[in-house]
Design a protein around this ligand. Structure first.
Ligand code: ADP
Length: 169
């Protein structure tokens, strides 16, 4: 059975992330969406909120149902991937600007995984062109200024963003 971990902050999940999850679920028997617990990044949504948002979004994707699960992890990604029995890490690539950071991380993870005796490949999936300009950071910025982000994130996430805006204003 092939299992891949798709790690990220997912603060919040966007339709670009969902597109990558759907593509990954066609390549691997199981995909674990791993939410990195990193309070240093000062997330807008708690890990629990993000987990619920992702699970709800996956609920309306029958293709992914049952084969994609959502989890949280702390510490080194390679250690988490090993604990889960993963043979691959999935990452999304949007533009050339993602490449340098992603390359550095993939090579570092490969080094760490090889040193630990548990080889792990990073697999890059290209975002759908309609989402290649989309990031969680931009969605948050636009939503917090009152912009309409429907169509870029699941409807329940758009609603959670406007509720958060209401609380902070
Ligand atoms: P991180 O903090 O690890 O970058 P993100 O949640 O921002 O976490 O992103 C997780 C992964 O999803 C990264 O590989 C990122 O490049 C990818 N990604 C983010 N937005 C999109 C998108 N619109 N389309 C495809 N991949 C994306």
């Amino acid at each position: 059975m092939s299992l891949a971990v798709y790690p990220g902050s997912f603060d919040p999940i966007t339709n670009g992330h969902l597109d990558v999850i759907q593509r990954a679920s066609r390549l691997f028997d199981r995909v674990v969406v791993g939410i990195l617990v990193n309070e240093g990044k000062r997330p807008l949504f708690s890990v629990e909120e993000r987990k619920e948002q992702i699970e709800r979004a996956l609920g309306s994707e029958p293709e992914a149902a049952g084969r994609v699960t959502v989890d949280r992890f702390e510490g080194l990604l390679v250690d988490y991937a090993h604990r889960r029995g993963a043979t691959a890490i999935v990452r999304g690539l949007r533009a050339v600007s993602d490449y340098e950071y992603e390359l550095q991380m993939a090579l570092m993870n490969r080094r760490l995984a090889d040193a630990g005796g548990h080889p792990l490949e990073t697999v890059f999936l290209m975002a759908h062109e309609s989402y290649s300009y989309l990031s969680s950071r931009l969605v948050k910025e636009v939503a917090m200024l009152g912009g309409d982000v429907r169509g870029l994130v699941p409807d329940h996430v758009a609603a959670a963003l406007s509720a958060r805006r209401g609380q902070s204003s």
